[in-house]
Design a protein around this ligand. Structure first.
Ligand code: S3P
Length: 173
């Protein structure tokens, strides 16, 4: 089974994904890192040199590569579910889990790492929160197509991982 973790930047897909993969004995793929390896550039460089539409095409291609995977946790980039047909693709190959978090909580978690993410670079604190609120509103309909939605405000990473593992056990039985 392939487990696709989806949600906004900063919601914990990569860190919880690694934890989940360890506990399940699964492989782990961080989609941004995978795209960077394929392109020979960082995500920031791809945005700067080739533009966002090219990056979104890289995401679509990466998803196609994952069709052959099994027993793997994939931490997707925050914009992947909004690409045309991408939610259908992920729900077709595997199980999608949405880590849902409020804009305020996301902003707190993103304050420090914002310069690493091209869409957040250069924003002050107010602009960051406003950007998250707007984007989240646009993205919610896609994120909401996930098989499992976990409300992640105020709960620990361990609780979230446990929730996913219990859900997967139920899927098998
Ligand atoms: C993006 C999220 C980032 C990365 C890129 C664009 C987005 O991934 O793919 O900067 O559009 O939300 P993370 O969600 O892993 O930060």
């Amino acid at each position: 089974m392939v487990l696709f973790l989806i949600g906004f930047m900063g919601c914990g897909k990569s860190s919880i994904g690694r934890q989940l993969a360890r506990r399940l004995g699964y492989g782990f793929v961080d989609m941004d890192t995978d795209i960077e390896r394929e392109a020979g550039m960082t995500v920031t460089e791809i945005f700067a040199r080739k533009g966002e539409p090219y990056f979104r095409e890289c995401e679509r291609e990466a998803l196609r590569r994952y069709a052959v995977l099994d027993n793997t946790v994939v931490a997707t980039g925050g914009g992947v579910p909004c690409g045309e047909g991408n939610m259908e693709t992920m729900n077709g190959y595997g199980v999608t889990v949405y880590f849902k978090m409020s804009p305020e909580k996301l902003a707190m978690r993103l304050y420090h790492g914002r310069d690493k993410r091209p869409l957040l670079r250069g924003k002050n604190d107010d602009e960051l929160l406003e950007f998250i609120r707007e984007r989240l509103l646009q993205r919610e309909p896609y994120y909401g197509m996930a098989r499992l939605v976990i409300d992640c405000d105020g709960v620990s990473d361990e609780y979230i991982a446990e929730h996913v593992i219990r859900y997967m056990e139920n899927c098998k039985s």
